[in-house]
Design a protein around this ligand. Sequence first.
Ligand code: S3P
Length: 430
Amino acid sequence: MITASYEGDALKGTIRVPGDKSISHRAVMLGAIAKGTTTISGFLAGEDCLSTIRIFSQLGVDIERIGTDVTVKSPGITGWKNPVEALDAGNSGTTARLLLGILAGSNVTAEVTGDRYLCKRPMRRVTTPLKEMDARFESDHETGTLPLTVKGTQLKEMSYNMPIASAQVKSAILFAGLSAQGTTTVTEKAVSRDHTERMLRQFGANVQSEATSVSIVGGQSLQACDVKVPGDISSAAFFMCAAAMVSGSSLTFQDVGLNPTRTGIIDVLEDMGAKVSIKETVGGEGEPYGELTVQSSDLRGVEISGSLIPRLIDELPVIALLATQATGTTIIKDAEELRVKETDRIEAVCSELRKLGASIEPTPDGMRITGPTKLKGTILSSHGDHRLGMMAAIASLVTEGPVQIEDASCINVSYPGFFDHLNSLTQSKH
Ligand code: S3P
């Protein structure tokens, strides 16, 4: 149990949040698929990305990590070996789903598993379309969940209309398409994060994007390269929301990722009345990043729905907290995907924020929050979900009395050093 006691503390200063989780996973994966040496700087050394490193090491890729610098020396996908033990993705849905797509067209046979939370999460969203490409999966249960055994084989091309906006599904199919015969095309309902497409291009692949469709020609080989991982805007979001809602705050984030498929949080903060300023450093084909400053202000409730949802899906727990401090009603809809994240984030967010006295109701595809409410500290559970754990800690900035957080160690999944940042940015001594 961790006690978070930061009542009314304004946040001031400058931080660099740890590297982007989505980009860190992909850098290791593409480095392992490419023959040669890939270097990664700014890698996120959180539990999820460490699971990805461990898995590709088991496949025979030589990966060395010193802090946030990683070197991946690979014989290329055709040189991988069958792992002796199951590949354990831990808590990481991204690792598991992207891996299923990568292994489907490899020469390898491997069992993929995960922790008790991941083994309950749906995998058919990737295995069903991959089977249309001739992928082979075996399991001794009918639930479609992990553990699953993948028997790598020659895949065929496919055109697939995705029923959900999911970068994990899109990426699994694009990775499978890279080893398939012919051209594979994926079409989304709304554009999800495009890190896979951008990084495939960085590794020399020909990937065509047009509106909501992405196409890849199979049989291309990748060129090992150097990848710089910017700070994770989904991690920064906790402190962005904190700075927006605690009076007297002004926080600057350096080298934070500003990929437009991820910046929905900035749009929402501005819509709610927060003061945000942005200085973009790099644009173009790579990953844009830059400096972001957020200052506190009076906030108002807003509606968050439609194509905005995939651009801020992971930020919705902390946005729900923020909405408890805004005047009026915030409605979150079209976000049923929250029900199949690390936990059912609609039920978990509503139940935890209610314990603090918030006026929040779950709906089938989101939630309704009315504010502003003066919250009261109590014991909250993380539900084993890193983003719920961080939401609880940030809540303590606006509660009367401390918030005690059960099972807070899961925060290391995406944000090692989270409490060090929280302590250094708040004004009182902890
Ligand atoms: C991710 C995609 C999102 C996101 C997850 C990371 C990725 O999931 O919630 O934290 O790296 O591709 P979905 O694509 O399933 O929505």
